[in-house]
Design a protein around this ligand. Structure first.
Ligand SMILES: NC(=O)c1ccc[n+]([C@@H]2O[C@H](COP(=O)([O-])OP(=O)(O)OC[C@H]3O[C@@H](n4cnc5c(N)ncnc54)[C@H](O)[C@@H]3O)[C@@H](O)[C@H]2O)c1
Length: 290
């Protein structure tokens, strides 16, 4: 059944930037109260007060915490806060959108040292395992009601190798595996769990990847929509999935990339499309009557 999101609560992990920020705003626009966790330096955290104002302009509550969402201590502190804020009702949406990993090859290359066990463990812990621990704690506290949506951000890098992306790729594989497992375990509670595979999206996290210019050029070239994914595309997908109390769409990796992942060649790009030797706009024109 389709439902209203008004006066429900969401918990966004990674709420200050990129997909998390756009989703917090989009859910607030639908009348949802937002609990956000982010982990930023003082300089980056400067963007949070204006974001809170923007969220509250929709007449909803916003409660943000600058802390490591992968810390057991932070979870232990926040779960009772979530219970209090939501009056025990819990969160209808949990979005896991944490970008915090080591970006370098496994073996020495370009002057880098080999990836350490600590770096690999931390990357997979923050970007994948923390989803499991949050779900465990929220379920135990009765804060994920029937109909709740658990959504986690994955990427095409879960199935592709790129020089600096090995640790994050491993995290994305683990995350997708956690999504499948949680989907099956939470089915009896009527809670759905899905991964959203965003296309290449211009955000601070993308710009930290050493090869990001190549990613952008490649994705922009092959995306059949002729543009890159925007954080707002992801936010709209979350709103769409959240607006139902069904748990039948569950255990999936859902592409939110305008078919970028499927597209093998740049000739899909409308900017490069030709029909009978004419550019796309010319082709449209000749199809018009009169
Ligand atoms: N940008 C892309 O091209 C792209 C594509 C596919 C998937 N993704 C995934 O989407 C997710 C979000 O990425 P983004 O591009 O929006 O990144 P971003 O850098 O714009 O935002 C990351 C957010 O995570 C928060 N964060 C990082 N570590 C944290 C921690 N330990 N505890 C609490 N908050 C923490 C930051 O404060 C920030 O709010 C990531 O999982 C990323 O892998 C990104």
């Amino acid at each position: 059944m389709l439902i209203s999101l008004r006066d429900r609560w969401c918990l966004v992990l990674g709420a200050s930037s990129g997909m998390g920020r756009a989703t917090a705003l989009a859910l607030a626009e639908q009348g949802m109260h937002v609990i956000g966790v982010h982990f930023d330096t003082a300089e980056r955290a400067d963007s949070v007060p204006p974001l809170l104002d923007e969220i509250r302009e929709h007449g909803v509550s916003a409660h943000f915490v600058n802390a490591n969402a992968a810390s057991a201590r932070v979870r232990a502190e926040l779960v009772p806060v979530i219970a209090g804020l939501t009056g025990g009702a819990g969160v209808h949406v949990l979005l896991h959108s944490l970008a915090f990993g080591t970006l370098q090859p496994y073996l020495p290359r370009d002057g880098n040292r080999p990836l350490t066990a600590r770096q690999l463990d931390m990357t997979v812990d923050v970007m994948a395992h923390s989803l499991v621990y949050w779900v465990q704690d929220l379920v135990e506290a009765g804060l994920l009601p029937s109909g709740a949506k658990v959504l986690a951000m994955t990427s095409a890098g879960s199935s592709r190798a790129m020089p600096s992306y090995g640790a994050v790729s491993a995290a994305k594989c683990a995350l997708e595996s956690h999504v499948r497992q949680l989907a099956c375990e939470l089915a009896r509670f009527g809670i759905s769990v899905n991964a959203l595979r965003a296309g290449v999206t211009p955000t601070p996290a993308l710009r930290r990847i050493p090869e990001y210019r190549e990613f952008v050029a490649q994705a922009a070239g092959v995306n059949p929509h002729g543009r890159l994914t925007l954080p707002e595309d992801v936010a709209e997908a979350v709103v769409l999935l959240a607006g139902s109390d069904s748990s039948w769409i569950t255990g999936n990796v859902i592409g939110v990339d305008g078919a970028e992942h499927l597209s093998g060649v740049p000739s899909w790009n409308p900017a490069r499309t030709t029909v009978n030797g004419k550019g796309e706009s010319d082709a449209h024109r000749t199809a018009e009557p009169g």
